[in-house]
Write a protein that binds this ligand. Sequence first.
Ligand code: UDP
Length: 237
Amino acid sequence: MSTQSIRPVKVKRKYTRSSPGSVLYQSGDTIVLCTASIEDGVPPWLAGSGKGWVTAEYNMLPHSTNRRKRRDRDGKVDGRTTEIQRLIGRSLRAVVDLERLGERMVTVDCDVLQADGGTRTASITGGFLALADALYPEFRKTPPAEHPLRDSIAAISVGIVNGKPTLDLDYEKDFAAAVDMNVVMTGKGQFVEIQGTGEEATFDDDELAALIKLAKAGIKQLTKIQQESLGKQWPLA
Ligand code: UDP
């Protein structure tokens, strides 16, 4: 198994019909359905500001994991889910000009159908495509310089597994990783978020640099996949 390449990615846009953005995003054995819907109006704290909002929700289906995971009940959301959905929301908002979006609210729902590591990073990369599709009907004639999407966004995990900097961790590698990190970057190569933890071991400057280099190479490939997938609808040409 390669330590330097991303897992095979498959993208199916317009996967379901009920929301304007609906993308089935598969990275290896991790599969996430990302849907995006757009509505007029914003949360009360933004009303009258002229600005829009983008938010995200994340969920794992009970049998997305080998061992059945109980559904959240009575609106209770566990800490991991809260952390992940905030990360997805922040990442997507980083590339959206909320003023150009106007008083509209976009919700990106990321539902994990199958989890094999990297579900949050897949949600960000696939969620961007769903977001672009949801914005398309309204902004199809808007030139890139005025479009609410200023850049693309994608994410990948990296880690140190068996002493080696490794790209795109599946569950097995994630489990074996001494250090693991999620990196979120724009298509133009700007960092948005880096979450890295030395769980089993500390890491030094050189290892950190190696992980960042790997992540950058991975994001570059993901950006290309996103661009190819959106084709003529790529809003940043
Ligand atoms: N996982 C699981 N049950 C859980 C949480 C995670 O089986 O309740 C597995 C799943 O394969 C997931 C992996 O552990 O993809 C890594 O989880 P992590 O919390 O690091 O998030 P992810 O890498 O999916 O963003």
